[in-house]
Design a binder for this molecule. Structure first.
Ligand code: SAH
Length: 366
């Protein structure tokens, strides 16, 4: 389902829902679900420990559960993701997985191992309704929202591979999670918040990853940014700005026709004030489109003296797009202009371009 230029899709098409999974539920809900299956509520804790601490979903391996209980409880661990293809690069330290969901929908996730951390980039929707013209995901439109457990399973699967030593560098753990895969996380708010809670809750409730290591990246759904600030989850907010002026942002990030640059920045500053977390402003540098020095200057003026960091992303190529990354000298000049305003800025060391696993390249085709 492709979209007309500028068209926005907020509401996902109605579809059959994936099966209920342990990771969809709070601990209280798990106890109730286990009781419904005719088991003692404490089995929910045991099951949770197997899944979130030992990363196992195979009830046959849960030797502390009686055989009859194992069978019943397996209903709470339905398989949700099937690996269709795995591509890796950087000597195996960057791996992209294409997943098929129960209904045939396809999504991708990317694991990136660095010397000091492991970041997993996860999808929150199959496709995306936000239609940014430079992003491959946006071109195909929105298929459906993912469930909390479908989002969590992407990380659990990466964590499993790391724990098993299947990623070069020895056994390891996931330290960072970024919602920068397919989809607009704040357009699937409830399921995404559920997943964030599972990520940060300590075992056996969840994976026990620090909230500081979780980044929610958004095109700028202003009301949802306000709601996120009130969740008491100090995750990092990344705002995909890409242009400092409404005229250009209206075309690069079509949601801007709803909420303007000034409004979305106000929402971001309110988020920073409430959570004390630094806002990450994402800005893909596109040759001769948004990389002029005057735009760097305007951006610098808009964000100076705020709790902010600007992340410049050299544009990654996508099929059918005529746009390319900025010239190196223009990129350098852009950085200098921002530094002149005292704005912290980095250029993202993009990983996974060779496997179409970099920002904006996830299209999930077989
Ligand atoms: N929908 C969310 C998260 C997914 S994209 C969002 O838009 O923030 C993660 C980041 O990659 C966003 O900042 C997005 O704008 C950026 N991106 C998309 N396409 C890109 C491309 N071709 N090159 C570089 N960055 C891109």
């Amino acid at each position: 389902m492709s979209q007309q230029p500028g068209q926005l899709t907020f509401v996902a098409p109605r579809r059959a829902k994936p099966a209920r999974h342990l990771a969809d539920l709070t601990m209280a809900e798990r106890r109730a679900a286990v009781a419904e299956l005719g088991e003692k509520p404490f089995r929910a804790d045991q099951l949770s420990r197997h899944y979130f601490s030992h990363l196992t979903a195979d009830v046959a391996a849960m030797s502390d559960l009686p055989a009859a209980a194992r069978e019943k409880l397996s209903a709470l661990l339905p398989p949700l993701l099937t690996s269709v293809r795995e591509l890796s690069t950087d000597q195996g330290t960057t791996r992209k997985t294409l997943w098929r969901l129960f209904d045939g929908a396809l999504v991708e996730s990317v694991l990136m191992r660095y010397p000091d951390r492991v970041t997993m980039c996860v999808s929150s929707q199959a496709g995306c309704g936000m239609n940014c013209p430079f992003c491959a995901t946006g071109q195909a439109g929105l298929t459906r929202n993912m469930s909390t457990a479908e989002i969590v399973e992407q990380v659990v699967s990466g964590a499993r591979a790391l724990a098993a030593g299947a990623v070069p560098g020895g056994p390891g753990r996931v330290s960072n999670i970024v919602f920068m895969g397919m989809g607009e996380p704040l357009a699937n708010y409830k399921q995404v918040i559920g997943a964030v809670r599972r990520f940060v809750e300590p075992a056996p409730d969840g994976l026990g990853i620090s909230a500081r290591g979780v980044t929610v990246s958004t095109v700028g759904l202003v009301p949802a940014i306000g709601k996120l600030a009130d969740e008491g989850l100090p995750v990092t907010l990344a705002l995909s700005l890409h242009a400092p002026d409404d005229e250009l942002r209206d075309t690069l990030v079509p949601i801007n026709t709803r909420w303007k640059v000034a409004e979305v920045l106000d929402a971001a500053w309110a988020y920073a004030a409430k959570t004390k977390r630094r806002i990450s402003i994402e800005y893909a540098l596109i040759k001769d489109i948004n990389d002029q020095e005057w735009r760097a200057d305007l951006l610098g003026k808009l964000v100076k003296n705020k709790l902010v960091h600007v992340n410049l992303i050299p544009l990654n190529p996508t099929p059918g797009s005529k746009w390319t990354a900025s010239r190196p000298e223009d990129e350098r000049a852009f950085v200098r202009r921002l530094q002149f305003h005292g704005v912290p800025v980095t250029v993202r060391d993009t990983r996974g371009r060779e496997i179409d696993g970099a920002c904006g390249q996830l299209a999930a085709a077989e």
